[in-house]
Design a protein around this ligand. Structure first.
Ligand SMILES: [Zn+2]
Length: 106
């Protein structure tokens, strides 16, 4: 089996910045009601490099990546003590790291 590096599609996370026009709100206050922000395709996000809107098919994936990450963070915050996973163990070790050992004293 050969590992294929697809040149066409990459799910790598791009750097996004909050849209400067709508300040990340995706809508702009109109006279009578709120209008979809044109600058960011009503997403609230633009490319960090250029400040331009991403193509919609790219934007959807980027938002999905961020949403998944955010949901993971929420799940982790809900659990006071992570019980499994290499990350959980790493964090646990960190908490009992140099700061804690200082208290032992010789
Ligand atoms: Zn905008």
């Amino acid at each position: 089996m050969k590992r294929v590096h697809g040149p066409a599609f990459r799910a790598a996370q791009l750097d996004l910045a909050k849209c400067p026009v709508c300040r990340g709100r995706a809508v702009i206050k109109g006279v009578f009601h709120e209008l979809a922000c044109v600058q960011c395709s009503a997403s609230g996000w633009v490319t960090a490099d250029t400040g331009e809107a991403l193509p919609l098919e790219v934007l959807v994936t980027q938002l999905s990546i961020r949403l998944q990450a955010a949901e993971q963070q929420i799940e982790q915050l809900k659990r006071p003590v992570p019980m499994f996973g290499p990350d959980a163990q790493y964090n646990e070790n960190n908490r009992r790291g140099p700061g804690a050992t200082n208290f032992t004293g010789d």
